[in-house]
Design a protein around this ligand. Structure first.
Ligand code: ZN
Ligand code: ZN
Length: 345
């Protein structure tokens, strides 16, 4: 079967090509027709400096099962599904000790087949498939980044009445706002650059107090030591100045999407005497899809506010350029394969 699939190579090369997809669906795999796939910060950082060779990409996927390989119990042709970007195996010692959150040894679709999410079709292991209903494919494609946001909020261990600061109002940060509020946060202050005005406005609609900061965070006396928890989705270089915003005993949870060096330095004595904690959130394996799908369905996460642009698969190159050059104007860009997809091949 001939399908269209997008490929990426650093720096900032993106191309849509026609490729042959084998007719045979491997055992314990399904063939998925992609209905929506979001562009993620990881895609942008890979485009910037991480991929030496052409690679298929796209991992925030919602689609329909078109065909089943052998041994896919519980799945049916026609099921609407989202895909875990990595899954736990359920069999290793770590899984059997109850820490499935620390295992990602299950087969995954990431870099495993000829195509990924920015394509008409892809193969995926049955174990990473999660069924959904009652959502548009675009909204369902937010399950993956929403799971990332949920992991960060959980990692921050927000307590009732906490003052929370979110630094970085991208799609993940924005989705973390209602999650933090429902976890008991008294207030969420959202810090972003003044150039990202549409994102700060979205933060306000989600219940946060937006604050535009264009100077180092240490230069804002009114923010110093004001927060019990910080959620940080900005580049890790912001961590040292963000620590100054934590109150005594505060916790900073961060996700490390970013390009370039991850080296940072901060005053460990001050960190010690103020009893601070720095916690990494990394949603691998991807968990919590049933929970975040429910949040998307009941409006806790308003998908229409997060998704700012929809483009067809034929517009993937344009979409990547838009994410790069007009970052401030976009929130989440979702690719929705168009009508002349390989559907009838
Ligand atoms: Zn993602
Ligand atoms: Zn395992």
């Amino acid at each position: 079967m001939q399908i269209r699939s997008a490929f990426l190579k650093s720096p900032w090369n993106c191309s849509l090509r026609t490729i042959d997809l084998p007719d045979y669906v491997p055992d314990e795999h399904v063939l998925i027709r992609v209905e929506a796939c979001g562009i993620c910060g990881t895609d942008l950082s890979n485009a910037e400096d991480k991929l030496g060779d052409w690679q298929p990409f796209g991992h925030e996927i919602a689609g329909v099962i078109e065909r089943l390989g052998e041994h896919c119990p519980g799945l049916n042709v026609g099921d609407r599904v989202v895909l875990e970007s990595s899954s736990y195996c359920g069999r290793c010692d770590i899984c059997r000790s109850g820490r499935v959150d620390l295992c990602n040894k299950a087969p995954q679709f990431w870099m495993a087949g000829p195509s990924m999410g920015f394509a008409d079709y892809l193969f995926a292991p049955a174990c990473c498939v999660v069924r959904y209903d009652g959502l548009t494919p675009e909204a369902a494609s937010l399950a993956e980044p929403a799971g990332v946001a949920y992991d960060m909020v959980k990692t921050a261990d927000i307590q009732h009445g906490n003052r929370v600061c979110l630094i970085g109002p991208g799609p993940i940060g924005l989705m973390a706002i209602p999650m933090a509020l429902r976890s008991g946060a008294d207030q969420v202050v959202c810090i972003g650059r003044s150039s990202t005005r549409p994102r700060l406005e979205a933060a306000a609609q989600l219940g946060a107090k937006p604050v535009a900061c264009d100077r180092p965070l240490t230069e804002y006396p009114e923010l110093q030591q004001q927060f019990d928890r910080i959620l940080l989705t900005a580049p890790v270089q912001v961590i040292p100045e963000a620590l100054s915003l934590l109150a005594y005993g505060g916790i900073l949870a961060y996700i490390g999407i970013g390009s370039g060096s991850g080296m940072i330095s901060f005053d460990a004595n001050d960190f010690h005497f103020r009893k601070l904690q720095l916690r990494a959130s990394f949603a691998s394996p991807a968990l919590y899809y049933p929970i975040v799908l429910k949040m998307l369905k009941n409006g806790t996460i308003p998908a229409d506010l997060i998704i700012s642009h929809r483009l067809p698969l034929s517009g993937i190159e344009e979409a990547m350029t838009m994410c790069r050059e007009e970052k401030a104007k976009t929130i989440k860009v979702v690719i929705v394969p168009d009508e002349e997809s390989g559907k009838n091949d």
